[in-house]
Design a protein around this ligand. Structure first.
Ligand SMILES: NC(=O)c1ccc[n+]([C@@H]2O[C@H](COP(=O)([O-])OP(=O)(O)OC[C@H]3O[C@@H](n4cnc5c(N)ncnc54)[C@H](OP(=O)(O)O)[C@@H]3O)[C@@H](O)[C@H]2O)c1
Length: 278
């Protein structure tokens, strides 16, 4: 079988990646079960593995605080097994990580760089950081994403989420368009680029601005209140604090990857989103 690219994780991101990436196949395997994963490696002999599996909680990361064992098992032990087997089978691993690993929105006007000091104030982020630490021990790649948006409605799609909220935050954030993520993965696989890469659109945007764009497109109710991000916790809408994060795209650009301006990408994604729901 010709299947050099293996995608694991059949959630929001994984389903998109396997659909859009040429020569990709998906396997339903528990990544924390070493024997089962080894069986998949022996069967598929992948040259590349994209790990889109992980526990991000349902409906959100608050779940991870109450389910630490399951979260650690998938997000840390599973990643350790994948990294070790990738090294053994000469397979290049791309690990998906979070762009929320920083203290505050941004250190400078260009946003947080890949090399900046990380910060993990909740259990979910602690597991993502530990997974990064493991993967950085190998010549593999880590792609950090932030507020992923796509043209298909999905409970994890940021556009779907913000349309269902009564309170939407006004702080500026980086966003990741899933089409851009797929393009970035293709480039990373081509060059076998090592280390951490921030895959986000060039300009930051606020969730409340995205809600207004969805309202203008006739895809969301006007009925919402704009709040600051710390108010999410004060109003008890979330259990663990959330923060805004703006990521630098200098490294992405240095790899020859230049993504469309955020407003153009959003207009395109929202217009296609409309055709899914109307
Ligand atoms: N969506 C976001 O806002 C966001 C932002 C930044 C980073 N990320 C990262 O992007 C990656 C993909 O996220 P997503 O949004 O696609 O999440 P998702 O929709 O929840 O998909 C993750 C998938 O992984 C599966 N999974 C969990 N533990 C597993 C295990 N041990 N073995 C195999 N599969 C397992 C989940 O199955 P179950 O549902 O059965 O557990 C789910 O199908 C994750 O690493 C996440 O941390 C996501």
């Amino acid at each position: 079988m010709f299947a050099p690219i293996l995608v694991i994780g059949r959630g929001f991101v994984g389903s998109k990646v396997v659909r859009e990436l040429p020569h990709a196949v998906s396997y339903d395997v528990d990544i924390a079960d070493r024997k089962a994963v080894r069986g998949v490696f022996e069967c598929v002999r992948p040259k590349f593995l994209i790990n889109c599996a992980g526990k991000a909680g349902s409906p959100n990361i608050d779940w991870c605080e109450r389910n630490t064992e399951a979260t650690w098992r998938s997000n840390v032990e599973g990643v350790r097994i994948l990294a070790e087997l990738c090294a053994e089978f000469d397979c290049f691993l791309v690990q998906l990580s979070s762009g929320c690993l920083f203290r505050g929105a941004a250190l400078s006007s260009c946003g947080w760089r890949e090399s900046d000091q990380t910060f993990a104030p909740n259990f979910y982020l602690r597991t993502k950081l530990e997974a990064e630490r493991i993967v950085l021990g190998f010549p593999f790649s880590i792609i950090r994403i932030r507020l992923p948006v796509d043209s298909e409605p999905h409970p994890r799609n940021t556009l779907t989420k913000i349309c269902s909220f009564d309170f939407v935050t006004r702080g500026c954030n980086s966003i990741t368009v899933l089409d851009d993520l797929v393009y970035t993965i293709r480039m990373v696989l081509k060059e076998r680029t090592h280390g951490i890469i921030h895959c986000v659109s060039p300009d930051a945007v606020s969730p409340s601005h995205m809600r207004r764009l969805m309202i203008s497109a006739g895809l969301a109710s006007r009925n919402f209140k704009e709040i600051d991000t710390p108010e999410l916790e004060e109003l008890k809408l979330v259990r663990v604090a959330r923060s805004d994060a703006i990521l630098a795209t200098k490294r992405l650009n240095s790899l020859g990857i230049r993504l469309d301006p955020t407003d153009r990408s959003l207009a395109n994604v929202i217009s296609r989103y409309g055709s899914f729901v109307t």
